[in-house]
Design a binder for this molecule. Structure first.
Ligand code: CVU
Length: 549
């Protein structure tokens, strides 16, 4: 009788009493992990001290790797090995003081049987809250039960009470009373518009051009075609190598024409061609970025795309300077003109070509809907995502720092004369390239997030105000985060800091401006009606349109 060498699976270790295990997911980039490791250790020390106060011991499931010099889980394989070697029933905490890749720990968390807690520092510089927000969204998509907690220093009363709740019950119930399902919409021109736009989308379809799907482990940001297609949205999967090939066909003269247009429009490029290019922005980096802008439009035109997303991190970052400048230009209808290769047509003339940063497909759908609603309402459709990056009290308000990692449409800054381009940081962007940055103008906004939960598509919609703060305060906020990136200081109506942290299903949120509060309210209704007619579960978050309750 034949017998085979059967593989054996090592038994998991036994769980000691009053012991919880901790892991830390990190970046793929060694430079980023080395820059943030000491803060990570400090945050872990503070968390362990808080748990010890309740008589619990935190056992770190993986140690600093002498080969790398840091203690992050920096690959999916490592995550599987680490999480496969701890007691399956252990209370497990994922502690984050950094931006991290959720797929590094997703597999291990999917198999874990014990209670899972995601814990993050609420800090501007090393944004654990951003990393945790993505893991929260990715676990929600995967249907993996977990709790979340955050704190500036892990000693505040709110944090301590919530930690105790988790240690004693295995879960934390947060206040998300600011969220409710969209009530039935009364007839209105806005409802009619939303329904009609959804019908048009279903009939004529729309194409999202994705240059290499999936970015930095953001599992939540990949939406299965079977969820997207029913409303009429289809993906065109393209390759970043094709983008580079097209960039290589763009002439220096064409790139120079883009630069000349931006110079004429008053944009400021903080260039130092004599400095060290690994730290300074150069004209050569900018030329490459303008070629990417032109190439992206030409390929999008080839495929009849309605929106485009460039993964950039991680494949393209070792090939060409950052994609951010091209992204910010594409998101604004007022931008340097680009012709077809034969010069016969101006591509997407007078229109924005919505770009979804980091190929976040939740943002793609949202930007497409915003573009169509705002355009139909005669509003400037310039839109963008931002990281829900950080925030702080200002007077009676909690004012968020919304800060995408690179670029916004110049319209959000009040025009190109207010736009600045700084070199992207070396530890994240080795080949450099400029941002499209500045301080977002004050004004009324509609914010939103498309996400997957329970296997279906949802959207949270809210209203907010981008507020003007004194220069000193704005600079403090930039110095506390990334001063090379654009910043929006925003109050989200009727949502507290902790309610937003508890509910928001992503590191990103979408924003669109409106000229006044009434128009913003109307745009929100039209957007809600369109999403509802597209079959999405629509939720209102915070104080929105009075008549909608
Ligand atoms: C440069 C970094 O990787 C950023 O891209 C990252 O922190 C994010 O923006 C996450 O949303």
């Amino acid at each position: 009788m034949i017998s085979y060498q059967l593989p054996t699976v090592a038994p998991r270790p036994a769980l000691a009493p009053k012991t919880l295990y901790s892991v830390a997911s990190g970046d793929l980039r060694l430079t980023a992990n080395l820059k943030t490791w000491s803060m990570q250790q400090e945050v872990e020390r503070r968390f362990a001290a808080a748990a010890a106060a309740f008589g619990w011991t935190v056992t770190r499931a993986h140690q600093e790797d002498p080969a790398t010099g840091h203690g992050f889980i920096d690959s999916q394989r490592k995550g599987m090995d680490v999480l496969g070697a701890i007691p399956a029933e252990a209370p497990l905490v994922v502690i984050e003081a950094v931006w991290q890749y959720s797929h590094h720990v997703l597999a291990g968390l999917r198999d874990h049987r014990g209670p899972i807690l995601l814990a993050a520092n609420f800090a501007g510089d090393f944004p654990g809250l951003v990393g945790m927000a993505n893991l929260h969204a990715s676990l929600t998509k995967a249907g993996i039960a977990h709790s979340t907690i955050w704190s500036e220093d892990f000693t505040d009363e709110w944090f301590t009470e919530k930690l105790n709740e988790w240690l004693t019950t295995g879960q934390i119930v947060h206040d998300t009373s600011h969220v409710r399902d969209l009530p039935s919409l009364p007839d209105s021109p806005e409802r009619e518009l939303g329904v009609a736009l959804a019908a048009e989308l279903a009939a004529k379809k729309a194409i999202l051009a994705v240059f290499d799907e999936g970015c930095m482990g953001m599992y939540n940001a990949i939406i299965d075609d079977e969820l997207l297609n029913p409303a009429g949205i289809y993906k065109e999967r393209l390759s970043q190598s094709a983008l580079v090939a097209e960039m290589n066909k763009v002439s220096d003269a064409e790139a120079a024409a883009v630069r000349a247009w931006l110079d004429e429009a008053g944009m400021t490029f903080h260039v130092d061609n004599d400095g060290d290019w690994t730290e300074c922005l150069t004209d050569e980096q900018l030329t490459s970025q303008f070629k990417m802008y032109i190439a992206a439009l030409r390929i999008a035109d080839d495929f009849g795309a309605d929106a485009v997303g460039i993964q950039y991190q991680q494949g393209l970052k070792d090939m060409v300077p950052a994609s951010d400048l091209a992204e910010g230009l594409l998101n604004d209808p007022h931008r340097p003109p680009v012709t077809s290769r034969d010069g016969a047509r101006v591509l997407y003339e007078g229109k924005a070509l919505p770009h979804f940063n980091e190929v976040d497909e939740g943002v793609a759908v949202d930007a497409l809907v915003t573009n169509r609603v705002w355009t139909a309402m005669g509003l400037d459709p310039s839109t963008t995502l931002h990281d829900l990056r950080w925030g702080d009290q200002w007077g009676d308000d909690f004012v968020w720092v919304l800060e995408i990692s690179g670029s916004v449409p110049a319209a959000h800054l009040g025009g190109y004369a207010h736009a600045h381009s700084y070199r992207q940081s070396g530890y994240y962007f080795p080949l450099g390239g400029g941002t499209l940055a500045g301080v977002c103008k004050p004004g009324e906004i509609v914010w939103s997030r498309v996400f997957i939960a329970d296997g279906v598509l949802h959207v949270d919609l809210g209203r907010g105000t981008s507020v003007e703060l004194p220069d000193t305060e704005v600079q403090r906020r930039l110095n506390s985060t990334n001063k090379e990136w654009p910043i929006m200081n925003a109050v989200l109506h009727g949502v507290s800091r902790d309610q937003m942290m508890a509910r928001h299903k992503a590191n990103h949120l979408n924003v669109g401006y409106a000229p006044d509060a009434a128009t913003a309210d109307a745009a929100l209704i039209a957007k809600a009606a369109m999403f509802e007619a597209m079959g999405y579960r629509v939720h209102l978050a915070g104080t929105v349109v009075p008549e909608l309750g």
